[in-house]
Write a protein that binds this ligand. Structure first.
Ligand code: C2E
Ligand code: MG
Ligand code: MG
Ligand code: MG
Length: 279
């Protein structure tokens, strides 16, 4: 009896295992198809400068306009893209679309602000992102100062000489570099100094603490002091309330990003936010 049930459960497990591999292959093929069929779109979320109250840049956030499931958010497909390596072609599409969009706004004589692009570690390790960017900028006639690259801390941990060199090359082209989700990873502070980042984006977890605990503002104060001493601008992510915005202003934070300022918007809806003071 024991033997039989053991065998059965083994078979059951086995089938599940095959099903999950099957499902993964299907999902990968579907994402591959989405790239080829041009189903990716970009939303843009404004970043506002505290000093002026004006939108000073925007972050490009990818979405999958799925034919049957609606607009999918990164959480639904970026992890799969990372695991399967599709993040490399996906990232190239995002870079091209951002440059095309900036060129389009310029042609329409609309106000243009720099756009920041999220780049994942695998893109650095498996492709020459700097060359991809340089070519896209040239192709669309966009100035390097109009794009910024966002990297999470995990991309630059391990003394990765390759990544460090890519980043230096980008900066030499005139592309600004930002650390994304700061405070959640494992980067050493010396790494920050060595790589000479322009912008520090503090993770929304810290912003959420501001109105909850005293320690919340203690951490922000320390981060801002350090970042300013290193010559970096500080962006608070995930600003959702007027109270958080007020505190961040008092703490000398440079820029705010979050639902309190604006949701991520389709490219056709960003102009009103660029035209007026938001804060
Ligand atoms: P991220 O780069 O940290 O982007 C900020 C995320 O926070 C966005 O989620 C944004 O919609 C969300 N957010 C903005 N304001 C608020 C707020 O006030 N409260 C809360 N709770 N959330 C807010 P989204 O668009 O779902 O993107 C999630 C992550 O996916 C991004 O985090 C980024 O790591 C990744 N991602 C997005 N687009 C790309 C891309 O083109 N390439 C790569 N490699 N990763 C991307
Ligand atoms: Mg980001
Ligand atoms: Mg972030
Ligand atoms: Mg984040």
């Amino acid at each position: 009896v024991v033997k039989t049930s053991g065998k059965m459960s083994y078979r059951f497990f086995d089938r599940q295992y095959h099903d999950s591999i099957r499902a993964r292959i299907d999902r990968k093929a579907e994402l591959r198809h989405a790239l080829d069929a041009d189903q990716l779109i970009l939303y843009y979320q404004p970043r506002v400068e505290v000093a002026t109250g004006e939108t000073c840049s925007m972050e490009a956030l990818v979405r999958w306009a799925h034919p049957t499931r609606g607009i999918l958010e990164p959480i639904d497909f970026i992890p799969l893209a990372e695991e399967t390596g599709l993040i490399v072609p996906l990232g190239e599409i995002v870079i091209d679309k951002v440059c095309a969009q900036i060129a389009c706004w310029s042609r329409q004589a609309q106000p243009v602000v720099p756009v920041s692009i999220n780049v994942s570690p695998r893109q650095f390790n498996e492709s020459d992102v700097t060359t991809v960017l340089r070519k896209a900028l040239l192709r669309h006639g966009v100035a390097p100062a109009l794009v910024e690259i966002e990297l999470t801390e995990s991309s630059m941990t391990a003394d990765n000489v390759h990544v460090a060199r890519s980043l230096e090359n980008m900066q030499r082209l005139g592309i600004a570099l930002a650390v994304d989700d700061f405070g959640t990873g494992y980067s050493s502070l010396s790494q920050l100094q060595r790589l000479d980042f322009d912008v520090l984006k503090v993770d929304k977890a810290f912003t959420a603490e501001l109105e909850k605990t005293r320690e919340g503002s203690v951490f922000f104060t320390a981060i801002i002091t350090m970042a300013h001493a290193l010559g970096m601008r500080v962006v608070a992510e995930g600003v959702e309330t007027a109270g958080q915005a007020r505190q961040l202003k008092q703490l000398d934070c440079d820029e705010l990003q979050g639902y309190f300022i604006s949701l991520p918007l389709p490219a056709t809806e960003t102009q009103p936010v660029l035209a007026r003071c938001v804060l």
